[in-house]
Design a binder for this molecule. Sequence first.
Ligand code: ATP
Ligand code: MG
Length: 249
Amino acid sequence: MSDIDIPEDHPRYESLLTRHRIEDGVDKGITSRQGLIAQGRGETFDYLLGERTIPSAAAAERAAAAYLLLAEHPVLSVNGNVAALVPGELVELAEATGADLEVNLFNRTEARMQAIVDHLREHGADEVKGLTADGRIPGLSHERAKVDSDGIGDADVVLVPLEDGDRAEALAAMGKVELVVDLNPMSRSAQSATVPIVDNIVRAVPNITRHARELATASREELQRIVDEFDRDEALAAAEQAIREGGED
Ligand code: ATP
Ligand code: MG
């Protein structure tokens, strides 16, 4: 990390580190100021979940890995918060699953698009999509509809971390398998996901990568079985219960 000075034995070390990365992202022009608010919202849910990966989220992460490995054309969508928090981890996940990386912003500006592409390249990405923007998601207003036609436009499976509800719903309506990382199980994004992953992005991405590496030699039948056994409604209910009652261990 850059100019960070948090004692490692501080009880909220991870949380403070995460917060600092988002701040840094704003300073670098990667993350929007709106992103600070989204982070605060996420932290609240993470606090209530006990800042851990609950069992239903672990199952969702394994199902997400299986979906990515089964996909013909998987794409990992990257926004300003995700780029600030887990750039290197996303590059590793893309490598482990053969997925493309595509920058996809709610508040799209060319400067921020380019800053995120450069940031991902600094963390080892070779190709990053999103700048061509020659495709459109039906049903969304102009700026928010933009995607690359050979990226998200062509994808069968998309990982959309911290996506806004509208676009998550529009992508689902296009028939894409949507893997959504969102700490709020009640958000429209989580509700419209094929696989809702109710976990902090800083834990979710490395966990999905670990599962993908473990499953690298699994047969298509075994991957399909993992996908079929995952129950999204059960996972959402378990996450909501963990938040409301502190259950699920
Ligand atoms: P809706 O999906 O209901 O339309 P929204 O998308 O408008 O809600 P935002 O606050 O814009 O809500 O989106 C931020 C979402 O991302 C919140 O649900 C928040 O819990 C989640 N979030 C924020 N930080 C993280 C994080 N580090 N890891 C996972 N999820 C996060
Ligand atoms: Mg949302």
